[in-house]
Design a binder for this molecule. Structure first.
Ligand code: NDP
Length: 399
């Protein structure tokens, strides 16, 4: 049905390649390309599927990426490198008229700033070129947007309150590690918090607001209010929303280590001079932390991510909670990954499938909630991320 070029051979890229390789009727040809080709070769060998071609590419370099696209001619480019590469990859897609999909919004390297403006600015150019960019198609952002679209379509006339709750109750046995790219992860969680209330953004100190939330099959976990990019697109696409918040759990030990790292300056993104050479402390820290793709062995426990929604249906108040629990050890058994890479990589594969099978169509730059959620929700159940729902019960975030 089509050809995909996957860029990025980290924890998430490995899952996307694995899942695409299982579906030859949709993904007829696959190329996995990244900065370090040996990592692509290792993933292709582990999958053991000789339909996966590999290549070296510096995705910061538009010309190089254009040359690679021209040599392989994919129908869709799946960007699971880093958010820094979003704009160069979108540029390369424009020059080659290739559809684009990613899982995280663009961030400039020198300032940790999360907003869609840079990518939304490409809308007209993608429309004029007759191609489609699907933004934020991991779990959060990604499935959380699809869950919200599904709730809006089937259960609500108006959504008023949205709480996205993200719990990782797993234990990887390491002293300190991040579940996705350490640099991107630490930039995200050391930022000020932000939530949407009555048409405005309310800023908080990092980790200032927290509460204990009950997660299905897991129990109560301390959950911290963070800013997360899907709040921006969801409040824009669902203007009836009065309040939208994002919560993520962190263990006490993780937060203690993170505090120390922050206090001694190791999480800073300002370059310093070290032995006559400029280095960025956070990039140096990344180099000494475990790679996310290496955490799967012996990882125990589950993740639970969902949307807790309150609003109105036929004039009555309604609540809705939709979520997925994913087990680290089960995922490792299936494909050698951990659940955070898996819960990001599976939706990226499903999004790619939606585009190639023309269930998600159109041109321009779109966030996932702008498409029909139904076929995507069906595929989540089929490809490893089954969801559960609860209607008109007290929401755990309110208990
Ligand atoms: P990793 O650090 O494990 O992998 C990133 C990969 O990108 C590496 O293979 C790296 O190459 C490659 N890369 C980096 N820079 C370049 C470049 N200039 N050119 C080509 N390749 C490059 O990260 P993850 O797999 O954990 O995360 C991947 C993406 O998924 C990130 O953008 C992250 O933000 C996003 N994500 C989204 C989530 C969601 O739910 N929406 C959740 C988790 C992650 P090398 O190995 O050489 O360094």
């Amino acid at each position: 049905m089509g050809k995909v070029l996957i860029i990025g051979a980290g924890g998430v890229g490995a899952v996307v390649a694995f899942k695409c390789a299982m579906l030859p009727e949709v993904f007829e040809e696959i190329m996995l390309a990244s900065r370090t080709k040996s990592k692509c070769d290792k993933i292709a060998a582990a999958i053991g599927n000789n339909r996966i071609k590999t290549a070296q590419v510096d995705a910061d370099n538009v010309e190089e990426t254009v040359a690679l696209i021209n040599s392989f001619k994919p129908d869709l480019l799946i960007n699971v490198a880093l958010p820094y590469q979003d704009l160069t990859l979108m540029e390369a897609c424009l020059r080659t008229q290739t559809n684009y999909l990613d899982t995280a919004n663009y961030e400039p390297r020198d300032v940790a700033k999360f907003e869609y403006s840079w990518q939304w600015a490409y809308k007209k150019r993608f429309e004029d070129a007759g191609i489609l960019a699907v933004l934020g198609c991991g779990f959060d952002p990604g499935v959380t947007g699809v869950y919200t679209a599904y709730a809006a379509k089937h259960y609500f006339d108006e959504i008023h309150y949205l709480d996205i709750v993200d719990c990782n109750a797993g234990d990887h046995g390491k002293a300190f590690a991040t579940n996705f790219n350490p640099e991107i992860n630490i930039r995200e969680i050391t930022q000020k918090g932000r939530y949407y209330q009555d048409g405005q953004w309310v800023e908080t100190q990092p980790m200032e607001i927290h509460k204990s939330v009950e997660y299905p099959n897991i129990g109560k976990r301390e959950s911290y209010l963070l800013y997360h990019e899907e709040l921006e697109s969801l409040t824009k696409n669902y203007p009836t929303i009065k309040r939208a918040r994002f919560w993520m759990t962190f263990g006490e030990k993780y937060l203690n280590v993170l505090n120390v790292l922050q206090e001694i300056g190791m999480t800073s993104i300002k370059p310093i001079l070290y032995e006559g050479k400029e280095i960025v402390p956070l990039q140096f820290l990344k180099a000494v932390l475990p790679e996310p793709s290496s955490l799967g062995v012996g990882y125990k426990g589950q993740t639970s991510i969902g949307c807790q929604i309150k609003g109105i249906k036929d004039g009555n108040e309604r609540t809705y909670y939709v979520w997925n629990n994913c087990d680290h050890a089960e995922v490792y058994k299936e494909c050698g990954a951990q659940a955070v890479s898996y819960t990001t990589g599976v939706p990226a594969m499903i999004g790619a499938m939606m585009v190639l099978t023309k269930q998600w169509t159109g041109v321009g730059v779109k966030n996932v909630e702008e498409f029909n959620p139904d076929p995507f929700m069906e595929k989540l159940n089929q490809y490893g991320l089954p969801w559960n729902e609860q209607i008109d019960k007290i929401l755990p975030i309110e208990q």
